[in-house]
Design a protein around this ligand. Sequence first.
Ligand code: SF4
Length: 388
Amino acid sequence: MVTEIDSPGVVGTSLDRILGVIDLNTSHILDRAMNGEEIGVEDAVTLFGAADLELHALCITANELRKQAVGDIVTFVTVRNINFTNICYTGCRFCAFAKHFGDEEAETLTIDEVARRAEEAWESGATEICMQGGLHPKMTGYEYRDIIIAVKERVPDIHIHAFSPFEIQYGTKKTGLSTRDFLLMLKEVGLGTVPGTAAEILDTEIRQKLTKNKLSAEQWVEIIKTAHSVGLRTTSTIMYGHIDAPIHWARHIAIIRDIQKETGGITEFVPLGFVHWDSPLYLDGGVRPGPTGMEDLRMHAVARIMLNNWIKNIQVSWVKLGPKFAQLCLNAGANDFGGTLMNEKISRSAGAPYGQYMAPEEFQRLVKDMGRIPAQRSTTYDLIKVYE
Ligand code: SF4
């Protein structure tokens, strides 16, 4: 930290003096975080209220913790998203991706087309395909397995990151298999990791308002833990900035932390701001238009502070934040720039204005602009190439 000795009687401008007037409670919480202490839900709510100097102090603390935990490397993964069907009748109110039979934009890919896209991705340098879709009423549970088999036949070495906990639950209902047996079946044919999406906010009351028909918070936790127990690692996410409040965010992150303490199976935490533009939840009224920039900063910083001892990787979603704001969040606790993506449909369907593909060279440029070191990683955070 820069300091200067102020002359008596001269109005001081030292950074210590500026930061020295921040709210004592906030300062105390940040000090404890710097000492490696666990920050609880109540303290996290205080941090989610940080503004002005307190917000700067929060970001500085999170940035410093990030530096101590993972250094100055900012990672990205070369990945193609394959949304194999957008037909879904679940009716999540925040979702603009789902379509019904007969809708103009309804689309279901054949298994062969999914495999072809995976091969195309591999040939253009992708190491991972991320596959998620709607809950197509005519899909048999075994089609999840067959998709993996078809992809692995064409591109045996590509990493398959696929099927949200909600799709896994759907697969178990359709096949009659237990969650454990269903996941083991998918793992056996080549599933690599599972996206920790469909978490939204792990709070029963909020979930009821977002979607009555989706799996419960308890079921989400159970499926994630079962995945870990069979050796499938997962990511973890939060979708914030709709009908939720800081208390829900703090509790949600604490639940993710508890899972990690128990299983150690989570690779990263990804804050996903609610994209409102074309979402029914927003268009029907009564919900705010996604998080503000300040909330985005706080979310990444508080996530780092709460999770630092347990989950080292905090990802920014450049698709939702935009590449420039993502740079700011990477200076507020985050260390991973996410994926290059191709054909990302979920955020775009909700009206997110940012592109669906960013070239590895652009990641490198943005990271170097921050004075940090870009590196390509695998899905599970092994470094593939460091661009010193
Ligand atoms: S979020 Fe998923 S489950 Fe819900 S409506 Fe959209 S596609 Fe269906």
